[in-house]
Structure formats: structure tokens, C-alpha cells
Design a protein around this ligand. Structure first.
Ligand code: SF4
Length: 386
């Protein structure tokens, strides 16, 4: 979707737009979550107004010092700047509350993680220099949170028993039909502004209590799990934490929670009875990658209670020509290796190319990770390597 430069239909907020006042937010939010996103603007589309998500976003946005604007239409405009950098800054500091389009209510398969995608939002406020959304979402990288949760949750029963990744499978059938909430966003990264992830967790637990074989999954680079700890989750949501060797998180993952905070948050959720997981991604053969990733595995083991139900997903770094172009525009000074000349090409069934590590290196890393995960996290289930 393309955004027009002007914003003539944007009306002032019904609530007076408060000045940015970090202390007001600090009163409302736990003090240790230094990386909670504070958008500059919260734009609430006409059809989303009155929804629980919109009310939550207006309240939390005001507390964070954001300008809250109730739009007279449903288009999110005014995000494009004179330069790529300006567009990026504007979009990344804007939260839009909109209704999910009809296409988002037709759930798509999402192997190898889950049976189906369940989008609560698209876009993410963080600044990871390899972000996989760069090749997937077009236009300025604004975060759009969906307001029509009733409609979104209403389609779930139609998909029960229909998936091919977990539904009815021997390996993962116990998870039921699974829905992945992190395909196009980081749902925990915006939870303090929307409350949507909590609603999804509780809704899935309610369906499970009614007899549905269902599971929700999300993955995150944030740590503000406090609101999730007391939810009635029924053990039906697996909370995975997207982690990496510390050198990678420090260098390439702007605007996210530190690695140690993510791991602590995983330990907290495991302690609250959630099944948890490590999404180790994107794996990169950085200098001394073996000791660096071994440290990660040991640190993860150190935060988990004995009884934790843990899975591990292993995803190597890859890029497409399109995502490379977008990322080079957003992060022109990046030190991230995105050199097609040192990569192998992989084609999908539609002929699209992606650049992955050469086969010999992939096999070496795959063997090392399989063995090291088994040693460091003997009770974990390794779901896949890609
Ligand atoms: S946290 Fe995930 S979705 Fe957000 S910028 Fe980083 S890689 Fe992209």
C-alpha cells in the first residue's frame, strides 16, 4: 500500500494531545522495561474507533506522550518524507490502529512454524538490520495494529483440524491446530499499547477449555511479559524468544530488549506455566560462532525451571534481492553481510530467489547446533532447522 504525502483528512484528537512526558509513562509501566516503544503518533482509523484496542492505544499512547489522532477516514497517510531516512523515521514512530482487511481473515499456512498465520498487527517498531519484514511488507514501515479482534478470532474455529504442520501429526499433534501471531509483527513489542496479545492468549485458552485442540504461538525480541504472567492461558500459548549470539543482538538489533532481559522474560513465563521456546535467528557464522552460540544455549538453560516445556527453532540468515535493497536503504551503513557472491541461491516454486549460506557451511552449522542443543538443553525439542 502506498501512502500519499499529504494528510488533509487528519482531524485533531478528541482528547487533547499531551506533551511528551516520560515520567507519566514511568508511573504506569514497570520501571525495568527501558525498551518499551513510545510512538510519537497514534493514528486511529475511523472504522477502528470505539474498539477496545483503539481505547487501549489512545490511553497508553497519551501516557507515553504520543500525539493521538482520530482520523476521519481509514487510510493512513502522511508517512512519506523527502528521503528514505525521513520516511523510515516517521513510519517507525507511528502506531496506526486499523481494522484488519478481509484478506487477513483468510488464514494462510505458515510452515514450518505453525499451521496458520494469525495476524494481530503488521509492522514492528524495532530496528533490526536484517529484519525479515523488509522483503514482506511494502510501503513505509509503520506498525498497524488490528482493532477488529472479534472478527479475527471469529474465524479460528473454521480452521481447526485443517493444518499440515501440527494438526493431527505424530510429532506435534499435541499442540492441536496452531496459529502463529508473529509472522508480520512482534506482538509483545506493542502489547503495552494494544493489549491484543493478551486477548488472543485468553481467547485461545477459552476455546481449548471448550474442547478445541488449538495452540497459539508467538515469538518476540522484547521482555515486557508482566501483563501475560497472570493471564488464564491454559498452557495453550507457546511463548518463544527470538535470540542470538550476544554479539549479533548488540550490533544488529536496535530498539529491542537486551539478550539477558529476553532470557529472564522467558524464565518468568516458563515459571507462570507457559510452554516456551527459543527461536535462534538469524544464525550467522560470525567469528568464533561456536563459543558464542554455546554461551547463548548455556545462558538459556540457566534461566529455565526444571519443569520447563521448551522447544528450539533454528533459522539461518537469508535475504532476497528485494529485502536486501530495502534494508540497504534503511541501514546504509550496516556491517551485515548481504553479499550474493558468497551465498548459495535457493529458488522457491514461483522462481523467487533467496540467498542462503553455502551447502557445506549449512551442514557444518546444522550438525553443530543439533549436537549442542541436545547437550546444553537435553529436555528441549528441536522443531526444525532452516
Ligand atoms: S523485532 Fe523482528 S520484526 Fe521487529 S524489527 Fe526486529 S526482526 Fe523485524
Amino acid at each position: 500500500m502506498r501512502d500519499a504525502p499529504a494528510a488533509p483528512h487528519i482531524a485533531p484528537s478528541r482528547a487533547a494531545a499531551p506533551r511528551r512526558d516520560p515520567e507519566r509513562l514511568a508511573e504506569r509501566l514497570p520501571a525495568d522495561h527501558a525498551k518499551l516503544w513510545r510512538p510519537r503518533r497514534v493514528l486511529i482509523a475511523r472504522d477502528a474507533q470505539g474498539s477496545e484496542v483503539a481505547r487501549h492505544a489512545a490511553r497508553a499512547g497519551e501516557a507515553a506522550g504520543a500525539e493521538v489522532v482520530h482520523l476521519s477516514g481509514n487510510q493512513i497517510r502522511g508517512l512519506r518524507g523527502e528521503t528514505t531516512a525521513e520516511t523510515y523515521r516517521r513510519a517507525k514512530s507511528t502506531l496506526a490502529i486499523v481494522n484488519a482487511p478481509p484478506s487477513a481473515l483468510k488464514l494462510q499456512p505458515i510452515p514450518p512454524s505453525a499451521d496458520f498465520r494469525l495476524d494481530l498487527a503488521t509492522g514492528c517498531p524495532a530496528h533490526c538490520q536484517y529484519c525479515y519484514l523488509a522483503g514482506s511488507l511494502s510501503g513505509p514501515p509503520v506498525t498497524r495494529a488490528y482493532a477488529n479482534l472479534g472478527e479475527i478470532f471469529g474465524v479460528l474455529p473454521d480452521y481447526l483440524g485443517q493444518g499440515r504442520v501440527t494438526s493431527g501429526t505424530q510429532a506435534r499433534g499435541g499442540e492441536g491446530t496452531t496459529f502463529e501471531a508473529s509472522c508480520y509483527t512482534d506482538p509483545l513489542g506493542i502489547e503495552h499499547l494494544t493489549g491484543s496479545l493478551s486477548r488472543a492468549i485468553e481467547h485461545v485458552a477459552l476455546l481449548a477449555e471448550g474442547g478445541a485442540a488449538i495452540g497459539l504461538r508467538f515469538t518476540t525480541k522484547f521482555d515486557a511479559v508482566h501483563p501475560l504472567l497472570t493471564l488464564r492461558h491454559g498452557g495453550r500459548t507457546r511463548a518463544r524468544f527470538s535470540v542470538n549470539a550476544e554479539a549479533v543482538t548488540r550490533r544488529f538489533e536496535g530498539g529491542t530488549a537486551s539478550l539477558s532481559r529476553r532470557l529472564e522474560a522467558m524464565g518468568q513465563l516458563a515459571g507462570a506455566g507457559y510452554p516456551v521456546g527459543l527461536t535462534i535467528a538469524p544464525i550467522m557464522p560470525i567469528e568464533n560462532w561456536r563459543p558464542a552460540y554455546l554461551q547463548l544455549l548455556r545462558d538459556a538453560a540457566g534461566v529455565l525451571p526444571e519443569s520447563a516445556d521448551l522447544t528450539v527453532e533454528l533459522i539461518t540468515h537469508r535475504f532476497t534481492p528485494g529485502s536486501r535493497e530495502v534494508l540497504m536503504g534503511w541501514y546504509p551503513a550496516t556491517g551485515l553481510e548481504m553479499d550474493p557472491a558468497v551465498r548459495a541461491q535457493k529458488r522457491n516454486k514461483f522462481g523467487g530467489v533467496k540467498y542462503v549460506y553455502p551447502k557445506a557451511l549449512m551442514e557444518e552449522m546444522r550438525g553443530w547446533f543439533a549436537q549442542s542443543v541436545e547437550r546444553a538443553l537435553p529436555r528441549a525439542r528441536l522443531l526444525y532447522w532452516t
